[in-house]
Ligand binder design. Structure first.
Ligand code: NAD
Ligand code: TDX
Length: 332
């Protein structure tokens, strides 16, 4: 039995991972989560009390992090400020959590010699041209564009330095855009689904030509488990499921699946510095660790996600009005 400390376990992907661990292993889980606007305890509902412990706290709180890390066999670090648009509005919390928070966890992992897995993003690599035949690999140079992605890049580099300088037993994964249930309504896919449910037209930034490489959150979780179980210390693994689509295609698919005319959306003010395209080559993860995504069919995963938002208005409704007010203030 392994004791996992999962940071950010009340967020979208962290909570998916906690459910995955409980369903597929015998591990014990302690969740450390600050419950920012993005955290929601309801995302952890139904889990067994004798295997999951919830601690509300900040990953930058050194005393708390030290105590929890001393009682763990591995730290799986999801906690972050995660939304690009928020980082353009107020970058400070991104520095505090993504940089100082990661540093605080690394120091505790170093003191207690605890295995560490750092969750990161493909955005650290910057963006690609639409017709670039290359995709991101583990050797692509870092070139982040936004306050969010630059703080994630900084946190990755801290992990690499703590491995090399102090021998911390860490791995890193950089994943592409996730979708699925329990994603905050500020993000692209849930925002558009819940807009349609509310009778609001979906909002496409700019022309909608930007490409994202979609992966279901369940597939992200199984990849992280594979890296925790079989990954090589010091290595980075890219996680992706060959899911490239431009934003206009995704909105049209949502509208079609929700029985709306395919052109029932609006173009709104583009994001400043908007990355054009992300695309992941996950050959290393597939060949070295034998991982495969289970959601080959984006349309099926999207339809199930739409069903989930239809059935769980109680989960997302409390955040919806404030989120739309924030966007309205920016012409988005
Ligand atoms: P999220 O915003 O849904 O959840 C983040 C969680 O972290 C929340 O529960 C929040 O309360 C918690 N948190 C924030 N600051 C904290 C702090 N200082 N101390 C403790 N807890 C804190 O984010 P997400 O989309 O689930 O992303 C999780 C991780 O995955 C992040 O590291 C993100 O960079 C990475 N990632 C996300 C995606 C994606 O598509 N969403 C893709 C690749 C990587
Ligand atoms: O209303 C919208 N309209 C729109 O066109 C919103 C909210 C977004 N968009 C566009 C911007 C992006 O091109 O959709 C795309 C996806 O946007 P987000 O959901 O904000 O995701 P992105 O900025 O790509 O970053 C996501 O993937 C990588 C996560 O939020 C990050 O945490 C992760 O690291």
């Amino acid at each position: 039995m392994t004791r996992l400390l999962v940071t950010g376990g009340a967020g979208f992907i962290g909570s998916n991972f906690v459910h995955h661990v409980i369903a597929h292993t015998e591990h014990q889980v302690t969740v450390l989560d600050k419950l920012t606007y993005a955290g929601n305890r309801a995302s952890l509902a139904g889990l067994p009390d004798d295997r999951v412990t919830f601690v509300q706290g900040d990953i930058a709180d050194a005393a708390l992090v030290d105590e929890l890390t001393s009682r763990a066999d591995a730290v799986v670090h999801y906690a972050a400020e995660s939304h690009n648009d928020n980082s353009l509005h107020d970058p400070r919390p991104f520095l505090d959590t993504n940089i100082v928070g990661t540093y605080t966890l690394l120091e505790a992992a170093r003191r207690h010699d605890v295995r560490f897995h750092h969750i990161s993003t493909d955005e650290v690599y910057g963006d690609l041209e639409l017709d670039d035949p290359q995709r991101f690999t583990e050797t692509t140079p870092y070139s982040p564009s936004s306050p969010y992605s630059s703080t994630k890049a900084g946190s990755d580099l801290l992990v690499r330095a703590w491995v090399r300088s102090f021998g911390v037993r860490a791995t890193i994964s950089n994943c592409s855009n996730n979708y699925g249930p329990y994603q905050h309504v500020e993000k692209f896919i849930p925002r558009q689904i819940t807009n349609v449910i509310r009778g609001i037209r979906p909002k496409l930034y700019g022309a909608g030509e930007n490409v994202r490489d979609w992966i279901h959150a369940d597939d992200h979780s199984s990849a992280v488990m594979a890296i925790l179980d079989r990954g090589t210390i010091g290595e980075t693994y890219l996680i992706g499921a060959d899911g490239e689509k431009n934003n206009r295609q995704v909105v049209e698919q949502i509208l079609e699946l929700m029985d709306q005319p395919q052109d029932a959306y609006e173009h709104v003010t583009d994001r400043a510095g908007h990355d054009l395209r992300y695309a992941i080559d996950s050959t290393k993860l597939r060949t070295e660790l034998g991982w495969m995504p289970q959601y080959g069919d984006f349309t099926r995963g999207l339809a199930a996600t739409i069903d989930w938002y239809r059935a769980h208005e109680d989960w997302w409704a409390p955040s919806k009005d404030a989120t739309e007010a924030f966007y309205a203030g920016k012409g988005q």
